[in-house]
Design a protein around this ligand. Structure first.
Ligand SMILES: [Zn+2]
Length: 235
C-alpha cells in the first residue's frame, strides 16, 4: 500500500503562494494543469520577482524578463491571475510585514486551499533550502490563520476562514500525492518557459528529464506513472 495518501481534490479554488518565478514550475505546475483543466480556479501570488537570481544580469532587467516568462508559464497551465508582492528577492523576511501581505492576498482571493513549495530546512539530505522558501512557507502558515481573525490586520480586507489546508510540494515530509500522468507534459512546458533562468544555471537542466525523474519516483510510491507529492498542513 502507498505511503502517500490521495490529496483531496473536492474543492474549487486554490491560491498558490511562492517566493520566486519558477518555484511553482518545479513540480507543482503539473498538478495545477490538472486542476485548471477540470474547472478549478488557481491564482498565483509571487512574493518577489526573482530579480537577484541571475549573476550575470542586473536585477531590474531580470525582474522584467522573468515576469514575461512567468506569464507564459501561467498561460501554459491555465492560470490567469498572477500577482507580485514586491518583496526583495533573496532577502525575504519572515514576520509581520510578510504575514500582513499574505493575509491580505488570502482575503482577496478567498481560496479553498493554499498551495506552496517546500519550506523545510532541506529538500531531503544535505541540501539547505533557500532562505526565501523557508520564510514564505512559515509566514504563509501563520497568515492563513491570521486571515480568518478579524482583529488582525483589519485594514487588509474582510476575514477569510475558508482555507482547508496548505499543501507544500517538494517537501521531504510529503504526505499526499496527485496523479499527474496526463499533465506532466504541460508541467514540463511551463518550466521550459523559464529560459532565462534555466540558461543561467551552472549545470544545464533539461526540464523534461528533471521533472519526469522526480514525478516517476513519487508515481512509484503512489501507484501511477507520474505523481506530484505534497506535505499537507492544516493551519
Ligand atoms: Zn525559489
Amino acid at each position: 500500500m502507498s505511503d502517500l495518501l490521495a490529496l483531496p481534490e473536492d474543492w474549487s479554488s486554490a491560491l498558490a503562494v511562492v517566493a520566486h518565478p519558477d518555484d511553482m514550475e518545479y513540480g507543482a505546475a503539473s498538478a495545477v494543469a490538472k486542476w485548471t483543466s477540470s474547472g478549478k480556479r488557481v491564482a498565483y501570488v509571487l512574493v518577489t520577482r526573482g530579480e537577484a537570481g541571475i549573476a550575470t544580469m542586473a536585477p531590474n532587467e531580470v525582474a522584467t524578463l522573468r515576469a514575461v516568462e512567468q506569464r507564459r508559464s501561467c498561460d501554459v497551465v491555465g492560470v490567469e491571475s498572477l500577482e507580485y508582492l514586491e518583496h526583495a528577492d533573496g532577502l525575504v523576511v519572515e514576520g509581520l510585514d510578510l504575514r500582513r501581505d499574505l493575509a491580505a492576498a488570502i482575503r482577496r482571493h478567498r481560496p479553498d486551499v493554499v498551495i506552496s513549495i517546500n519550506h523545510r530546512e532541506s529538500w531531503g539530505g544535505p541540501s539547505w533550502n533557500h532562505a526565501d522558501h523557508r520564510a514564505v512557507g512559515r509566514s504563509l502558515l501563520d497568515a492563513t490563520r491570521d486571515a480568518g481573525n478579524r482583529w488582525l490586520f483589519p485594514d487588509a480586507g474582510e476575514p477569510w476562514n475558508g482555507v482547508r489546508f496548505v499543501a507544500f510540494s517538494g517537501s521531504p515530509q510529503s504526505t499526499h500525492a496527485v496523479d499527474v500522468t496526463d499533465f506532466i507534459e504541460l508541467g514540463i512546458a511551463s518550466l521550459a518557459c523559464h529560459e532565462l533562468y534555466l540558461d543561467a544555471l551552472d549545470e544545464p537542466t533539461d526540464p523534461g528529464t528533471f521533472l519526469r525523474e522526480g514525478a516517476r519516483s513519487f508515481g512509484e510510491r503512489f501507484g501511477c506513472e507520474y505523481a506530484t507529492a505534497f506535505e499537507i498542513i492544516s493551519p
